[in-house]
Ligand binder design. Sequence first.
Ligand code: PEP
Length: 255
Amino acid sequence: MRRKFIAGNWKMNLGYRESEKLAKEIKSKLEDKYFTKTDVLICPSFISLGIVNKAIKDTEIKLGAQDLYFENDGAFTGEVSSDMIKSVGCEYVIIGHSERRKYQHESNKLINLKINKAIRSGLKPILCIGESLEEREDEIYESVIIEMLRDGLHEISTEDMSKIVIAYEPVWAIGTGLNATPKQASEIHGFIRKYISDKYDPEIAKEQIVLYGGSVNGKNAKDILSAKDVDGALIGGASLKPDEFCDIVRIAYSI
Ligand code: PEP
């Protein structure tokens, strides 16, 4: 039985103390009962992982990083390894976010190296996939999604699939205020689940967590989270607002 999963991607926002404050606010607003049905994850910037880890100690809130590098260690200036993020309490790591694909020119090949590294390190990767506006208008979004899944998950075994979360984030909906309709989200989530069923295993596909991301907020969360095959949300902007983020957790719990 799939649990609902609400993840906050804080992106390049909030300093060290501000991150601690936000984590403490989220902690104080979420009663234990919400965690019986819902997984809650927050992903601050690298520099705030340690302090946020302390702030959420003794709670069910999970911690994730926004990226990792695929090498173990060495002369890779500016990069952060899987062991480093694990050492500050990370269980999850976002990989292949569309902003990294766009601004850091991350390819499916690089993303695949990171996915494999995360798995080998015992981290749970959240693989972000999604089409651009142009690709949607040209109606080639299914082939774009297949390519991102096929190449991003290269050499991932059926057993490893159960440790991976997929986030469907149409690029045209991220940070734009536009969101996919529940029907559009359902359609793609069903498509992703079918891909996993055909390529890996129908039982794994049934349990696969597939999140939707793209301008989810307190107002549209109920409709989106109620849509068939949508298991939760990866939230950017609204995850920085503790009241709204916790409202979305409550909505997920109530569905
Ligand atoms: C995201 O960062 O993955 C995201 C979906 O952002 P927003 O909710 O702001 O659209």
